[in-house]
Design a protein around this ligand. Structure first.
Ligand code: GAF
Length: 372
């Protein structure tokens, strides 16, 4: 493994172990996690691999095969850029009183650039899983995911929900991960597309619009304000949508409409999966996209064109996936329509003078695990 070779070369000893944590795509349930709602992501076959060896002091020596010079972190607060995702996990575990000291580590990642497939969550979960084992912390997978989320919230400063870290930690091969983000109950649901003659294509727009983080925090605030207005703990608790909409206006009204209907779409999609009607889930994907575009307002021209041209090319359904403002769309496509969907999307991008998106199938991969 090249991460082991690089470790040996950098530190002159063998790593004590090698761990991998995957990125994710979200099938449905977007911007519902921080509203105590439902999500249905699955892990992708790409992620972060980390080779690690604990140290007897508190120093972290860090090398990434994708990013320039090796780094030495003596004070966690001083970590910068991507190294903050690593330092954040050490910080959370130490703050929680775990006996975590320093470590030498080498990181190797193969999550496609700009795809919005949660390489940051994969990095946090890979480091958390490694530290959990190396220091014998005895944490369960969900506890590792929660520590990773806390690192991102309180150390990196991105107010994300739990979906990405949970998917990376708990996913199983061939299955999607249904999660109730209030109770944190999870269920791995078989999601075998090949058996139904289907593929799930990722259409990587390669763009990430600025303001994405600021807009994310604003959406979260809109939802919290709407819940406050309605006198509920979270938008998850809205049962009478029509009644709620008469009480709200503007952004809060639109955000509520999205979150409440999106939770229902997750449940409906699970119902179809249980019935073995995978080919029928497309309409829910389409409805989710329209709601994210018009009510939650987190799409962008590149995502809309990807979704519309995929459907024109014969996709059974398509939607943006993840936080929005760039990243990837997903399209559910019958095997015999894959070429025409790809052609349609590539043509639509060319007509606008945009760089062709990368398009590749994703199958549900396993969650975080030790490789060596
Ligand atoms: C980002 C966040 F990190 C997730 O927690 C989730 O809110 C998602 O956007 C939107 O569904 O990936």
């Amino acid at each position: 493994m090249r991460v082991v070779d690089a470790f040996r070369e950098s530190f002159g000893v063998e790593p004590q172990g090698v761990w991998h944590a995957p990125g994710r795509v979200n099938l449905i349930g977007e911007h519902t996690d921080y509203n105590d709602g439902f999500v249905l992501p699955f892990a992708v076959p790409w992620g972060i691999t980390v080779a690690m060896r604990p140290r007897e002091d508190d120093v972290i020596r860090l090398r990434s095969l994708q990013a320039g010079e090796p780094l030495t972190i003596e004070t966690l607060d001083r970590a910068e850029g991507w190294a903050r995702y690593v330092a954040g996990v050490f910080w959370v575990l130490r703050e929680a009183g775990h006996p975590v000291r320093g470590a030498d580590l080498v990181i190797d990642g193969d999550v496609p650039q700009g795809a919005g497939l949660s390489s940051s969550a994969a990095l946090e979960v890979a480091v958390g899983t490694a530290l959990n084992e190396l220091y014998g912390l005895g944490l369960g997978k969900m506890e590792v995911a929660l520590a990773a989320q806390k690192a991102e919230n309180d150390f990196v400063g991105m107010p994300c929900g739990i979906m990405d870290q949970a998917a990376s930690a708990l996913a199983e091969q061939g299955k999607a991960l249904f999660m109730d983000c209030r109770s944190l109950a999870t269920r791995n649901i078989p999601f075998d597309l090949a058996q139904h003659g289907l593929q799930l294509l990722i259409i990587n727009t390669g763009v990430r619009h600025e303001l994405a983080d600021g807009q994310y925090a604003r959406r979260r605030r809109d939802c919290e304000n709407a819940a406050k207005h309605l006198g509920v703990d979270a938008l998850r608790d809205v049962t009478d949508l029509a009644g709620a909409l008469t009480e709200l206006s503007g952004d809060e009204r639109r955000r509520t409409q999205h979150v409440v209907t999106e939770n229902h779409r997750v449940e409906a999609l699970i119902g179809l999966l249980r019935a073995g009607a995978v080919r029928e889930i497309g309409a829910l994907l389409n409805a989710s996209h329209l709601s994210l575009r018009d009510q939650f307002e987190v799409s962008c021209a590149e995502l809309d064109v990807a979704v519309e041209s995929a459907i024109r090319g014969g996709a059974r359904g398509a939607r943006m996936t993840g936080g929005g403002f760039g990243g990837s769309a997903i399209a559910l496509v019958a095997d015999d329509r894959v070429d025409s969907v790809k052609e349609s999307v590539i043509r639509a991008y060319a007509e606008r003078g945009w760089t062709a998106p990368e398009i590749y199938p994703a199958t549900p991969a396993a969650g975080a695990r030790r490789l060596d």
